[in-house]
Unconditional design. Structure first.
Lengths: 148, 148
DNA sequence: CTTGACCCTAGAGTTGACTCCAACGTTTAT
DNA sequence: ATAAACGTTGGAGTCAACTCTAGGGTCAAG
């Protein structure tokens, strides 16, 4: 189950082929093997790497920062104590983040519970758009999901 | 403890005055009261609102979407069942998000635990920059925090 | 009564992260 | 064997979200 082409990998990782090529350009992904014709061929480890990027991105890191994390992850890390402290601070922040997310979840839950009354009120004119959330390009079916 | 000027509010909310004025321009914040001289004067509710924005942003929502959430939050919501379903899907996604964050936390924790050996190794030449994470502009003291 | 730190506006510029394009080669299905 | 559906490149374009600039007003301290 090795040897994914660029758009296969993109699909599995929930992104686009363009994005993967872009990541390669900026050095976030290593140049993969190539087929005789010059097609990119990725292994499973690339998938894991892209997923890590996506997760870290979700957390609010910029791609440049993620690149460094990745380097550290597989390199062993340049071992100054300062770095350790930095990463530890990061973990603490992560905890704060998660608490904040829990708050947001509660807020939204509350909105839903208290405000939804008119179940399936078809007789309403509403407009606006909300929330692509997982991905903007991932438009496969859900349209650009309006709210109201 | 009311009546914050724009940069006071910015400081408390962990952002910049420019950003707050920008939010006002795009309709994310209501136009606040003004002093006789035309200075913006905000109350505590503005702080709460900005914090909500930051939280929601952290979760990956675009400002336009957040604006809608905010409107719904204080308006009572236009009551189509579709909306409820949308928000409920959002909560489910939030749960997935939180799980992903927990994974990331674990990854980083692991990195820290396994890789940090040379506690305070001063004899090292390293370079690079990592992670502003909480805010990019919040440069008060931590410089642009290098890693290594 | 001036200096420095704040505030205002409209509008231009920057940054990060894609996203698309043209012009071309390859693979697969009919 | 030809079209559809992929792949390649370099470079340009787009979008959100700031961020900065110019050119001005305000206000507390000395």
């Amino acid at each position: 189950m090795e040897q994914l082409t660029v758009s296969k990998l993109a699909e599995r990782a929930g992104t686009s082929a363009d994005t993967l090529r872009y990541y390669e350009r900026i050095g976030l992904l290593p140049a993969p093997q190539r087929s005789p014709a010059g097609y990119r061929l990725y292994g499973e480890e690339a998938l894991e790497r892209v997923r890590f990027v996506k997760r870290a991105q979700r957390f609010g890191l910029r791609l440049a920062d993620i690149g460094e994390l990745l380097t550290i992850r597989e390199r062993g890390l340049c071992p100054c104590g300062r770095t350790r402290r930095l990463l530890e601070a990061r973990v603490a922040e992560l905890d704060a983040e998660m608490a904040a997310l829990a708050r947001l979840r509660h807020d939204i839950r509350h909105m839903v519970d208290t405000l939804s009354v008119d179940e399936d009120g078809d007789g309403w004119q509403c407009g606006g758009s909300l929330v692509r959330l997982t991905e903007p390009p991932h438009d496969g079916g859900g349209r650009h999901s309006d709210l109201c």
